[in-house]
Design a binder for this molecule. Structure first.
Ligand code: CAO
Length: 424
């Protein structure tokens, strides 16, 4: 069956998380992703957070499905030669090295354009041009610099980072979109282009509503925030705890069993169109007509009391039981699902959002499949490659090298761990 990105070949120079999430998505859409790794070592995540000794970590295997792996020492003369060949052959080069690393290898944007004017060269960096552009950046640095940490947590506590990898995987998503748009534009122009997704920018994009609230602050208190009406607002958007970021007030409420189960909670949204139903479910029908509670604006000063009253009801129900009842009335809510529950959820398996993969050295493991479903480009998740697994295949089938040329490169030291004398 055909795939959306059939015929697109990607030179994947990514490592860790942000870049690999991007190229994994493109592979799921059908691109041929050739991951270049350092001989003997590979992507550093192969060996990080290992649960089974000597086996590629879940960190690596869950971010590098559907790719091929070739080992090339990019600092070796013959390695550079090989990379030049690959640049001539591929449509997209994706990288997320520290600023300047690719230039130091000799692959500046100018050089890449000389080698292949159709090449799309896509990068993740921590910051865009400006005072911090030379900095190395990891997930939580981006969350802090992009406005997520200062707006996450409770008012009386420190800034918090979130478990969702919005800096790494979030930026990978942004970059993938940029690459697909550049491929589309190339159809008209015949030219490649540079694509940059900075992690700070990606996080800020996801924190758009907080910049909205920053500007609303100039016109009075943020009435849907828990600081209203009794607390103080300072000069910047405060941390809103579990309050809803949207126009419909919401909160996380305890459910039956919360004393022993850290996830016995439900997110409850007091959506205005179903206010009557909420009042009926929790046994507060008088709030339907009471002018202090009947209209959304009137309710804002009473949110603490309102959620305490709803919680008295949710505490009598299990989270899934509460959800079933609330769904009958079209009241938006969400049980707090643990990773264990998500891993075991059959409907996620049925849609391919959670997939079981078999790996030659680690055996079976669970992964997150493609969260984007397309009717005419179905994702088939295959295992991540072993280090250098496809080296010969790529030299032969992609670069069309004959056996003598394959041997020449393989014997040069450019594709084996560095027992070599540095060529440059
Ligand atoms: N052969 C030979 N050398 C190779 C190679 C290969 N196949 N692949 C990489 N290298 C070299 C690089 O050329 C670089 O060498 P120099 O510093 O001498 O030029 C070296 O490996 C280290 O690369 P790096 O600086 O990118 O890696 P790091 O571990 O020091 O930093 C990170 C990691 C993530 C902080 C940095 O790459 C970065 O800031 N990337 C951009 C932002 C980003 O994507 N962050 C998300 C990370 S996921 O949390």
């Amino acid at each position: 069956m055909s795939k959306a990105l059939d015929g697109v070949r990607i030179l994947d120079f990514t490592h860790v998380q942000s870049g690999p999430t991007c190229t994994q998505l493109l592979a799921w859409f059908g691109a041929d992703v050739i991951k270049v790794e350092r001989p003997g070592v590979g992507d550093i995540t192969r060996g990080q957070l290992r649960d089974i000794p000597g086996v590629d970590s879940l960190y690596f295997t869950m971010l590098n499905h559907n790719k091929r792996s070739i080992t090339i020492d990019s600092k070796h003369t013959k390695g550079k030669e090989l990379l030049e060949e690959l640049i001539r052959t591929c449509d997209v080069l994706v990288e997320n090295f520290a600023p300047g690393a690719l230039d130091r290898m000799g692959f500046t944007w100018e050089r890449v354009q000389q080698l292949n004017p159709r090449m799309i060269m896509a990068s993740v960096k921590g910051f865009g041009p400006g005072p911090y552009e030379e900095c190395k950046v990891y997930e939580n640095v981006a969350q802090c610099a992009g406005g997520a940490a200062s707006t996450t947590g409770f008012d009386d506590g420190p800034p918090l980072v979130t478990g969702a990898q919005i800096g790494d995987s979030g930026t990978g998503l942004h970059l993938a979109l940029g690459i697909v748009a550049a491929l589309y534009q190339r159809n008209a122009t015949g030219r490649g282009q540079r694509v940059l997704a900075a992690m700070q920018d990606g996080v800020l994009n996801l924190c758009r509503v907080k910049l909205r609230d920053q500007q609303r602050l100039a016109h009075g208190p943020l009435k849907e925030y828990p600081q209203y009406p009794f607390g103080e607002f300072g000069e910047s958007v405060p941390r809103a705890g579990n309050a809803s970021g949207g126009g419909q007030p919401g909160s996380i409420l305890k459910c039956k069993g919360w004393e022993s189960d850290p996830n016995a909670y439900i997110y409850f949204i007091t959506q205005a169109p179903v206010w009557d139903k909420i009042c009926k479910v929790i046994g507060k029908e008088e709030w339907i007509t009471d002018p202090e509670y009947a209209k959304p604006e009137a309710r804002l000063p009473h949110l603490v009391e309102i959620f305490a009253t709803i919680e008295a009801w949710t505490m009598t129900k299990g989270k899934l039981e509460a959800m079933a009842i609330l769904n009958e009335y079209d009241i938006p809510c969400g049980p707090i699902l643990s990773m264990k529950e998500i891993a075991e959820e059959q409907s996620l398996r049925d849609t391919g959002t959670v997939v079981e993969i078999d790996h030659p050295t680690r055996g079976k493991y669970l992964s997150v499949g493609n969260p984007i479903k397309m009717s005419d480009s179905i994702t088939e998740v295959t295992r991540s490659p072993l280090l250098g697994e496809h080296t010969d295949e790529i030299l032969r089938d992609v670069l069309k090298f004959d056996e003598a040329k394959i041997a020449e490169f393989k014997n040069s030291g450019a594709m084996t761990p560095p027992t070599r004398v540095a060529a440059e």
